[in-house]
Ligand binder design. Structure first.
Ligand SMILES: Nc1nc2c(ncn2[C@@H]2O[C@H](COP(=O)(O)OP(=O)(O)OP(=O)(O)O)[C@@H](O)[C@H]2O)c(=O)[nH]1
Ligand SMILES: [Mg+2]
Length: 660
């Protein structure tokens, strides 16, 4: 039995959830079709999704096409929930990219297609809503070829578009235009096929072209396009057949050591955590221990696979399948499961660029709010919950205002907590300007810890993250102490001289010293990892102060398409929002303006756009880099992660030690 792990991706409202429902119906899993507008679909199952009619969390359902088991992941289309899409992309064998036959290719569609291509993830395109008034399948196909990929090939034609009776007619071997189009796309990537085609077009049998299309689709070189309607069901059977024919089933050796990735974490009503794991290799077995996350072992207490949207108990789940795993208490999204770790995936989309303070209605709710946000952060690590230990304020990272409303509603509905959010602010970072070094010696005055630590900090390459290096012998000190220095250095640099995270730097351990335990047993006079944890922030911040940092804000590349006569006011707004522009490109009565803009200004640009462009302007943007902030500095007050004041820091550590 083979599996296909399939994601449905698209811009908001393209019809992903409705199509999922249709596929479940066509596969015989449900006998009544739910509707997004009635809040009755299988995958929009959260109360908030049903109320709002949008998808917020990725949801998995399973159905069969013949003997192929399809695990389908319905994803949200709203850009505020792009993190859900990112988590999903890492576990897919293929995707259906949905485009609306009315709205056509949107900014989000282009971002998703770019990502699919970057990952070499095979995809089939489905042009949905052919029944809706205004549907124009030909125009949208041309848009796809021009703006998404020239390697698209239509698998059929639409009759009566824009009406309830719109229907999809699959092409066959006697459709000459189809054969020519297919050959045109396929011969671009296959010289043998091209030679055969030039020699004698008639000699290439249709079955050969279909097989070649499957091969090239499987290598993400070609994209078959289907047309249909999730509401009337037209074209959905053809799409299903196309999924089985053109997308490659999961591969993986069930006998190899287990390797899986957690892409979703949920809590049952009982509070127990359930991890959704895509198995890439090996086998998971119920009631057997398995290493996960940072290497801790836990016993799997219950294991299931999905049938439709319901879990079915299973004793073993093998490579290629998706498992629901209970019994991993500390599990988080992105964890690897099993001894054969799968390489960590780099981020595909921009990180959140906004953050906001979450304020409980009554101060007494603060501990409960912390606990609730910690639970939400398990399901969505990018909200990156932080507590300022001096002011006790709680802060979360965000993609946008809709995500804020969703967090607020979730806290009210699931945890009974009323909260207010302060206005969102841009998340900046700090870059190290030069090299700085500091040493605190055990025998030096004023060092109350049984540890010597010397550290140097220098700028690193953009995008390289934090590198920790040793300029001392690895054996000069117990590994646990070196690890304690490294971990604490990483923790300390979450807030630099101005309170922002310090990124892209190299930290080198230059001096070490410790008091070894006596030959037999342990002495309270010997060094502990705690001594190194307490001393490291002091040394590192001193080195950092010497090096200096600059606060940088996120900047996004953007592409704005507006009617040419609306250009002057749009340029005025762009200037006010500090955008750097390339020369506008006028094409007929439409004009494209591209450039860079501080990411924090995007929301404002988006809000002005409809008024300035009669609602016709479209904005596409993507995080590109960080640049030094000009003008007023958004520096933050320091916190206890930022021990600039030696005396104050030591007092606090003493107090901390005293309470242990
Ligand atoms: N006429 C018509 N309406 C459709 C079709 N597919 C979806 N819709 C409607 O479009 C709206 C959005 O559909 P959804 O299925 O929620 O879209 P989605 O892509 O899942 O939306 P998000 O998950 O929020 O991004 C709903 O009102 C659907 O009823 C279709 O084929 N034809
Ligand atoms: Mg949806």
């Amino acid at each position: 039995m083979q599996s296909l792990n399939l994601g449905i991706l698209a811009h908001v409202d393209a019809g992903k959830t409705s199509l999922t429902e249709r596929l479940l119906f066509a596969a015989g899993v449900i006998d009544k079709i739910g509707r997004v507008d009635d809040g009755s679909t299988q995958t929009d199952s959260l109360a908030l999704e049903r109320q709002r009619g949008i998808t917020i969390k990725a949801a998995v359902v399973s159905f069969a096409i013949g003997d192929l088991v399809v695990n389908l992941i319905d994803t949200p289309g709203h850009p505020d929930f792009i993190a859900e899409v990112e988590r999903t992309l890492g576990v897919l064998d293929g995707a259906v990219l949905v485009v609306s036959a009315v709205e056509g290719v949107q900014a989000q569609t282009r971002i998703l297609m770019r990502t699919l291509r970057r990952l070499h993830l095979p995809a089939v395109i489905f042009v949905n809503k052919i029944d809706r008034s205004g549907a124009s399948p030909d125009r949208v196909l041309a848009q796809i070829a021009a703006r998404l990929t020239p390697a698209v090939t239509a698998m059929g034609a639409v009759t009566d578009p824009g009406t309830r009776s719109a229907a999809f007619r699959p092409f066959g071997p006697s459709d000459a235009a189809h054969l020519a189009g297919l050959a045109d796309v396929l011969t671009r990537r296959d010289d043998d096929l091209l030679a055969a085609y030039v020699e004698d077009q008639q000699a290439l049998p249709y079955t050969r072209l279909r097989a070649e299309l499957a091969a090239q689709t499987g290598r993400a070189l070609a994209y078959p396009a289907y047309f249909g309607s999730a509401v009337t069901g037209s074209g959905v059977d053809a799409l299903m057949a196309g999924l089985a024919e053109f997308l490659p089933a999961a591969a993986g050796d069930a006998a190899a050591p287990a390797a899986g990735t957690v892409f979703k974490v949920e809590r049952e009503l009982s509070g127990e955590k359930v991890a959704y794991v895509r198995m890439f290799a090996g086998t998971l077995r119920a009631r057997e221990p398995v290493p996960y996350g940072n290497g801790a072992d836990a016993k799997i207490t219950a294991l299931s696979v999905l049938s439709g949207s319901s879990p079915v108990q299973s004793t073993a789940v093998t490579a290629g399948q998706i498992a629901r795993v209970c019994g991993l208490p500390e599990v988080q999204i992105g964890d690897t499961i099993g001894p054969a770790a799968v390489a960590a995936r780099q981020h595909l989309f921009a990180p959140p660029t906004l953050e906001t303070l979450v304020v409980p209605a009554t101060a007494a709710d603060r501990p409960a709010l912390h606990a609730a946000l910690t639970q939400l952060a398990e399901q969505d690590p990018l909200i990156n919950l932080r507590q300022d230990d001096i002011r006790r304020e709680l802060q979360v990272s965000l993609y946008g205002e809709v995500q804020k409303e969703v967090i607020q509603a979730t806290l009210a509905a699931e945890f009974g907590l009323q909260v207010e959010f302060q206005e969102s602010t841009t998340i900046c970072i700090e870059r190290v300007l030069a090299s700085g070094a500091a040493v605190e010696r055990m025998d030096g005055g004023g060092n109350p810890f049984r540890a010597t630590v010397g550290l140097r900090i220098e700028p690193g390459a953009a995008g390289a993250g934090l590198a920790f290096r040793l300029a001392v012998e690895l054996g000069s000190m117990p590994l646990a102490f070196i690890k304690a220095v490294e971990e604490t250095a990483r923790e300390t640099l979450r807030q630099g001289l101005y309170g922002w995270e310090v990124i892209d730097c190299v930290v080198t351990l230059t001096h070490t010293g410790f008091v070894p335990p006596p030959p037999y047993g342990w002495s309270k006079w010997s060094s502990s990892a705690g001594d190194f944890r307490n001393l490291t922030p002091l040394v590192l911040m001193s080195a950092l102060r010497q090096a200096g940092t600059v606060v940088c804000e996120p900047v996004s590349g953007f592409r704005l398409e507006v009617p040419a006569d609306c250009l002057p006011p749009v340029l005025t707004i762009l200037g006010r929002l500090r955008a750097a522009l390339q020369a506008p490109d006028v094409e007929g009565d439409s004009c494209v303006v591209a450039g860079e803009i501080p990411s924090g200004q995007l929301d404002s640009l988006q809000q002005h756009l409809p008024g300035l462009t009669r609602g016709e302007g479209t904005l596409e943007s993507q995080f590109s880099r960080y640049q030094p902030v000009r003008g007023t500095s958004p520096a933050r007050p320091r916190t206890d992660h930022n021990p600039l004041d030696r005396h104050e820091y030591l007092l606090r550590v003493q107090r901390g030690l005293g309470s242990r």
